[in-house]
Structure formats: C-alpha cells, structure tokens
Design a protein around this ligand. Structure first.
Ligand code: A3P
Length: 321
C-alpha cells in the first residue's frame, strides 16, 4: 500500500472511532461528524475530500441532500455550460454519451473514496464540475476559502423520503416493502440517515446563500418544476453564462429544458442500459419526478409528524415545503 494511502486510512479510522454513533433503518452504523451522520465508507470519502481537495477558483460544485433533484441539476448545468463550447453535431452532446453522474462526479462518493490525493488531471470539463451531498459546514472546510460557485437544490422532505425508498429498493433489486418505508420514516425523523438530518442540511445551505449570494445559489426542486424557464435563467446568470437575447429568440432555453427533461433523459440509450462506476443501473436515477408523490405512500399520520418537525425546524426562516 502506498504510504500516503495508508496514513489516510489510519488517520480516518482513528478519527471515526472517536465519533458518536447510532444505527439507521437497516442497522447500518452511522457516525456523527460536524453535525451530520455518515456511514463508515462515505465518511472516509468525506475526510479524504476535506483533507486533500485542491479547489480551483472556477470550480462549480453541485450540492444536495440525496434524492432532491441532483441528477436533473447536473444535467441542466452540463447543458448550460456546453453552449459556449464548440458546436456539437446532434449526436455527440455529452448528455447523450454519459449519465449526468458520470459527467459530474461525486467528490466524497467517487473521487475521494480511497485516497485524499486522487488524480484529477483527466477531468476534462472546463470549468470543472463536481458534486457532493456533504453538509455545508463540511464543504466549506474542504473548499478552503476558494471562491468556487456552489449550486444547491432542495426538495420537500416527504417526497425525498419516498424517492429514497424507491431508489433503495431499485438499487437492491427488491420489491418496495412497506416495512422498509416505515423504518426509513423513523430514521428520517430522527435525522439518523446518511447525510442527515435533512432539515439542517437545507437550512445551512440556505443561510450560506443569504450570506454569500454571489457564490451560493439555492434552488428548489418544486420551483424548477413549476417555473423551469425562470429557474434555468437564474442558474445561467449565477454561473456567468446568461442567455443572450438571440439565444432566447432561438429557443435555447426550451431546448435545454427538453434535453434535460425526465422523459428525455430516461429514454436515452445510455440511461436505459448503462451503469455507474459503482455498478448501479443508470435507470434507477429516473423515476416519476412528481411533486407530492409522497401523498400516495405516506399515511396522514406520517405526513402530520413530518409537517410538525418541519415547522419547528424551519421556524424563523422563510422556508416552506
Ligand atoms: P422521484 O423518485 O420522486 O421520481 P436525485 O437526482 O437527487 O437522486 O433525485 C432523484 C429524483 O429526481 C427522483 O424523483 C427522479 O425521478 C427525479 N429526477 C431525475 N431526473 C429528473 C429530471 N430530469 N427532471 C425532473 N426530475 C428528475
């Protein structure tokens, strides 16, 4: 084992063993680090990322709590930035050749899983695009005062929970079981879930976006659904690549929205048959994409409990699901 790798592992293991722990819905042991729960493997990636990431000022980081619209935001960002590059023929757009998660790699879940010094020289996108699910306070440390742009997407936690239930079943290739949803619900409410608690996750990025609106953009999944044009233009302006009048007249906004629509991405060959580097089928990232689907699965009692927690946690902010 190379020396550096070994010392990363040793440092991580010694730190992790000193942290508070608990177990989640499927009895996975989670550790609390900087206010947030992580399983062992994820946390090693988080620590490597914090220790070793060398940000460039132009980096763009797509951040989210899992199942909040990450895939969509990655696709939209790739498509926006692609406009300034050499004109593509109709069949070599990056989104036709790879899944959004292949194009915008996760820092702690992919690049930094094994080492704090991965070789990032092969990342060809310019600016470099990365993504993360870590909490804001942890990301800020990893970015080491670099003025990278952070785009965060959040979503109603009830839909996040149901989306996670489906995703987990699809990943494990099992039927959706009611009992699993019940246990996940409990983990979510306690906050003891990988990357949780979800409310604090949202609040901390929200605060950051108020304090530093030039570098942190806060987008809402539901608003992307109801007013996609407005939100896409906001994203373009934030990333310093606003649509020109000519582009708008040419229908570029709609073109990107169509390309990145759930229906279109889901039906691309690469997303129907491909797999991520970790072996997950691309297709499991695309399901229904509906607002309020949780109504079909959560009992009124469950909804009430989540609503109460939300009200309490979001008190004093103007955040509403
Ligand atoms: P549902 O399970 O409610 O359908 P993430 O990308 O963070 O993992 O979030 C997954 C959720 O986003 C899933 O929600 C998925 O269907 C939805 N989604 C994926 N691609 C989308 C797109 N292009 N447009 C809208 N929603 C999308």
């Amino acid at each position: 084992i190379p020396q550096k790798l070994q010392s990363d592992d040793e440092e991580n293991i010694s730190l992790i063993s000193s942290l508070p722990f608990d177990v989640d819905f499927d009895s996975t042991k989670l550790f609390k680090y900087q206010g947030c729960w992580y399983d062992d493997k994820t946390l090693q990636g988080v620590l490597n990322f914090q220790r070793g990431f060398e940000p460039q000022d132009t980096d763009i980081i797509i951040a989210s709590f899992p199942k909040s619209g990450t895939t969509w935001l990655k696709a939209l960002t790739v498509a926006l930035l692609e406009r300034s590059k050499q004109k593509h023929s109709s069949d070599d757009h990056p989104l036709l050749l790879d899944n959004p998660h292949g194009l915008v790699p996760f820092l702690e879940l992919r690049l930094f899983t094994e080492t704090s010094k991965p070789d990032l020289t092969s990342i060809s996108s310019s600016p470099r695009l990365f993504s993360t699910h870590v909490a804001f306070q942890t990301l800020r440390e990893a970015l080491k005062n670099s003025p990278c742009k952070i785009v965060y997407v959040w979503r109603n936690v009830k839909d996040v929970l149901v989306s996670f239930w489906y995703f987990n079943s699809a990943k494990l290739k099992i039927e959706e079981e009611r009992s699993i949803l019940d246990s996940m619900f409990e983990s979510f409410c306690r906050g003891v879930i990988n990357y949780g608690p979800s409310w604090e996750h949202v609040l901390n990025y929200w605060r950051a976006s108020l304090e530093d609106s030039k570098n942190v953009l806060f987008l809402k999944y539901e608003e992307l659904k109801t007013e996609p044009r407005v939100q896409l233009k906001r994203l373009a302006e934030f990333l310093d690549c606003p649509f020109t009048v000519e582009e708008e007249e040419r229908g570029s906004v709609e073109e990107i929205l169509d390309l990145c629509s759930l229906r279109n991405l889901k039906n691309l060959e690469i997303n129907k048959t491909g797999k991520t580097l970790r072996g997950a089928d691309h297709k499991i990232f695309f399901r229904k994409g509906e607002v309020g689907d949780s109504k079909n699965h959560l009992t009124p009692e469950m909804e009430k409990i989540i609503d109460m927690i939300t009200e309490e946690k979001f008190e004093g902010s103007d955040l509403k699901f």
